[in-house]
Each structure stands twice: as C-alpha cells, then as structure tokens.
Design a protein around this ligand. Structure first.
Ligand code: SF4
Length: 411
C-alpha cells in the first residue's frame, strides 16, 4: 500500500528521509512498531529521499537494515528479514515537486486568474512526476543527480516538452538561453541508457508550426523507437494570458495543421509502423473534424495528454450502448424503452456526438423524455417541447414545500 500525491511546494521545507503517513493494521510496518510521523532515513546504508527511493531500495530485497528517525527524535536501527513480496504496509508523505526555471511564453500558470487555487500555480519540472503521472519536463534544468537517478531507477518513460528541435525557436518559447535550451546530449544519454521518451509540442501559430513543426517531427522520428511518440497540442490562450507575441489558434489554423500533419503521419506509418506524431483532440474539435479512428492511435500512447480521448470515449460509449440494447432486447422491455442517458461534458466535447448531421442537435430534441431522479425526492419526468406548446407551470414553490412536508422530507 503506497499513497502519495502532489501539492504546492510553497509551504514545504525539504527534510531528510521520507515521512510515513500511514501504517496498515497487521502489516510488517506495524509489527516493526513504525508509526505515522516516523521518517525512514536510510536503507542498507543508502539515503532515502522520497517514496520512489523507498520502493527502489526495498524492491526485490528480503534483508534490510533500516535507519528510522522516530517522531519523538529517537533514532532506531531495524534489522529486518521479510518474505519475498511481503509488503511493508506503509504510506508516505506527498512528493514535493521540483519547480522549473523557465519563462515559457505560453505557460499555463500565466493563464490562471490570480484567485485560482495555489496548486494551479505550481510550475512542476520533476522527472519523478514525469515517470509517475506523465507530467512533462523540459529537461533544461535537470541536475546530474536526477539524470543518474532516472537511469539507475529506470524511471521510464519520461515525458519531455520539446516544442521545437530548432534551438533558436525552443529557446524563444521557453524564455531561456540557447545553451540551456539545448537538450540534445541529455536526451541522447537517456536514450542510450534505454529510457523511453514521449515528446510534446505546444503548437504556437507563427512560431513553431509549418516548417519548424515538420523538422521537429522528423528529427524526433529519427530516434524512434526510443522516442515513442510526439503529442502536438495547441496553445491555450485565456483572458489572463494575452501576450501579444502569441497568435490565437483558430479553426482555420487547425484545419491547415491537420492536413499538413496527415501527410507526415501517412509517411511515418509506412516507415515506423506507427502514426508517431499525434494531434491533440482539441485540434480536431476546433477544426470541426471527426476524431481519427481507433487504429490511428494504436495503444493510445499519450491519452492523458488529450490525445485520443474523444475516440476512446466514443468507442467505449458505442460498445456500452450496444451492450445495453442487447440486454434490453433480451429482457423483453416494452418497445419505446430503449436505453437512454445523459452525458455531462465540457462545451468543446459536446458537439462530437451530434444527433444530426453537421454538428447540429447535440442536445435535447423535441419529444425526448428527460427524467431526473433522486432516491428521496422521486422522479421528475418531462417531455421536451417548445415553450409555446407546453402547458403553464402551476406547481409553485409553496406547493412544493407542502408536498415535501407531507412526505416528511423537510426538517
Ligand atoms: S516549463 Fe511548464 S511550468 Fe515551466 S514555464 Fe514552461 S510551461 Fe510553465
């Protein structure tokens, strides 16, 4: 049982070792009298910096000397033998993310209102979180220790924001000098050590599109299969991020990008056997185009980055509807009671499952029966019609209150 999460680093001070946050009842950790607040300092003489170190240094081993600093300051040395695969039953403190030293033109943090919750301002640049959650790093400020750790602990794959292989353009986008922007040797070292990389391009019109994008995709494709895929996601502007150096992404830009990238995808499929360079779902949605087929995405290598979510959802939804329809037929439900339901989505996604051609009619249509249920209140069912065709609403607030009181639902 290992639990950890990410919170802003602002209020946390880096302390030695890793703190135990929970000990499962009846576990090896409980037998050893470990308690929440204790810190694991070393395992077999090696320093433990965080949860990943603990996992790495205990993985596959059965005999340990564990140095513990108890929550009251006492130091313990535990000599332990455990059965293979026996779990310690420990949960650990959250990982404090390392933060970036870039000044990206398009940084999502700049797109937040000042009142947004603090975690939305965390500029994480952490190879551990890249491995654990698929967070992107730029590798511009990775330290020698971190490099060694990725290689030694096999923190693979790593997710790397490349943006452009043209050094001038990359440096401009990241707001750093060219020396820092150049990650060629770092990527090469990781790949030589067998670490796989998923790359990302945040596509900014008139900066890293067109020829620059073409070159970026082909430069990265030369490293396939070590570079497994490239996600191309559009720049996101908000009313708070309105840098005049940035050009908004328009539907026309999306259509042009789809056409340009489709030519490369065809060529890359022939050469590499994979689409390799994937456009973000948002680009298809904003262009008013259907998401590509399941085959296009292969094993959805970058679904968490918004690559293939629409296709995956649409296919799963179709499969669910087929299953429900089969079940309703086998249960001999009365005609007219075909399965139905409501999908709550963001506005960008909504038009993808149109009930009429051309993106028209993705919401309720006249004649639909719409029900809202709650275990205590019961079911409210309405038939959708135009306002001038429905009878006036006569059940007012006081009638509602009387009704609820009569049913004992008011306290
Ligand atoms: S690397 Fe990420 S967090 Fe850092 S400035 Fe760039 S976009 Fe923002």
């Amino acid at each position: 049982m290992y639990e950890f999460a990410v919170t802003p680093a602002v209020t946390q001070i880096r302390r030695r070792g890793v703190e135990i946050s929970e000990v499962a009842v009846g576990s090896l950790g409980a037998e050893l009298e470990l308690e929440p607040g204790d810190r694991i300092m070393r395992i077999n003489g090696r320093v433990v910096r965080d949860y990943l170190d603990f996992r790495f240094q205990t993985g596959g081993e059965t005999e340990f000397v564990i140095d513990v600093r108890k929550h009251d300051g006492e130091d313990w040395e535990l000599n332990i033998e455990r059965n293979e695969a026996e779990d310690f039953g420990l949960s650990f403190e959250q990982i404090v993310p390392r933060q970036c030293a870039n000044e990206c033109l398009f940084c999502f943090c700049k797109g937040n209102p000042e009142t947004a919750r603090p975690s939305l301002f965390v500029r994480d640049e952490d190879v551990r979180l890249s491995f654990l959650y698929g967070n992107y790093t730029t590798l511009t400020s990775i330290t020698e220790d971190e490099m060694r750790r990725v290689i030694e602990q096999r923190l693979s794959p790593q997710y790397v924001s490349v943006h452009a292989t043209d050094l001038d353009v990359r440096a401009y986008l990241l707001g750093v000098d060219k020396k820092r922007a150049d990650i060629t040797a770092k990527m090469q070292r990781l790949m030589n050590a067998g670490i796989e990389i998923h790359a990302q391009v945040v596509l900014c019109p008139e900066i890293n599109d067109g020829e620059i994008l073409h070159r970026t995709i082909y430069d990265l494709a030369n490293f396939h299969p070590r570079v497994r895929s490239v996600a191309i996601v559009p720049l996101g502007l908000t009313r708070y991020l309105n840098d005049p150096r940035l050009t908004p992404v328009t539907p026309e830009f999306c259509r042009r990008t789809i056409e340009e990238v489709a030519l490369m995808q065809r060529a890359l499929r022939k050469r590499l056997g994979t689409t390799f360079a994937f456009l973000g779902d948002e680009i298809y949605l904003r262009a008013g185009r259907d998401a590509p087929s399941r085959k296009h995405y292969g094993d959805y290598p970058q679904i968490e980055d918004g690559i293939g979510m629409v296709r995956n959802f649409a296919n799963q939804f179709d499969a669910l509807m087929r299953r429900l329809t089969r079940r309703s037929v086998s249960e001999a439900r009365p005609l007219g009671r075909a399965p139905f339901g409501t999908i709550m989505t963001g506005t960008l996604f909504a038009p993808t499952e149109s009930r009429k051609p051309g993106g028209l009619g993705f919401t309720h249509m006249v004649g639909d029966l719409v029900s809202i249920r709650s275990p205590k209140l019961g079911t409210l069912t309405n038939k959708v019609n135009h306002c001038d065709k429905i009878p006036p609403w006569t059940f007012g607030v006081s009638a509602l209150m009387r009704n609820l009181a009569a049913r004992g639902l008011l306290r």
